[in-house]
Design a protein around this ligand. Sequence first.
Ligand code: AMP
Length: 282
Amino acid sequence: MQILTKIDDICRELRKVRLSGKIIGLVPTMGYLHEGHLSLVDVANDNADVVVMSIFVNPTQFAPNEDLARYPRDFARDEKLARERGVDYIFYPESDEMYPAPYFTYVVTEQMAKVLCGVSRPIHFRGVTTIVAKLFNIVQPDVAVFGQKDAQQAIIIRQMVRDLNFPIRIIVAPIVREPDGLALSSRNVYLSSEERAQAPIIYKALSEAKAAVEQDLAEAGQIAGQIRQTILTTPLARIDYVEIVDDRTLQPVKVVEPGTFVAVAVYYGKTRLIDNVYLKER
Ligand code: AMP
């Protein structure tokens, strides 16, 4: 495994790989790796000859009041985990390498960036699409793997790829969870032991909603109401949103149909957790 920090160096290395006819897979991350990230490496290895993982805590997707400075980092550990899991190249640039001053150009998926997490994080998806577009241009992967955990992000990236004609196949891998159902997240380390004990209610509420849909409950308002009620049985929860939306448009639906999923964001203390479950597959 090679670790490259400069854009010129990774471009030079990957040009050789591409010329040898190998398929390149990209797994973009912000590091502090867990089994969720590593499951994406497995998917990338199943779909590509050479796997590039980027590790970059992207400043443009954090608002000034968010957790950029305290976002957890441990490169030595990430390096070991990535190597053991079969990553071929880690791209680990500094901020100045990705955003040399002056920096003016952003990629925005307009409407889609304003809903769900975009309501409380209005600049977040502009930062995500910008950094992912930059990584796509630098790495020029054949395939890129994202997690269903960040459903809105994956849907927005699919839209960006279609809109801007990136010749890249996007694969979305399933959510990896703790045994008690909590979705793995680098941010779970922020949770106090009480918060951590209450947080599995999120997945429980989503699973109950899915079961209710299987029993023929279809009215989105009613389903969302039940999810809210369940989550609020844990006293430390503060709901940011519970939305039942279409997986192509991210627009709310009134009645569950194929492609409908429920997405939630819930605060436990200062920690904002997101999760989602398909209510009906396409
Ligand atoms: P992050 O480092 O949080 O930006 O995440 C990098 C990638 O890993 C994104 O595509 C996430 O959706 C994905 N990811 C994060 N957590 C999980 C999880 N629990 N299961 C599957 N994928 C995940």
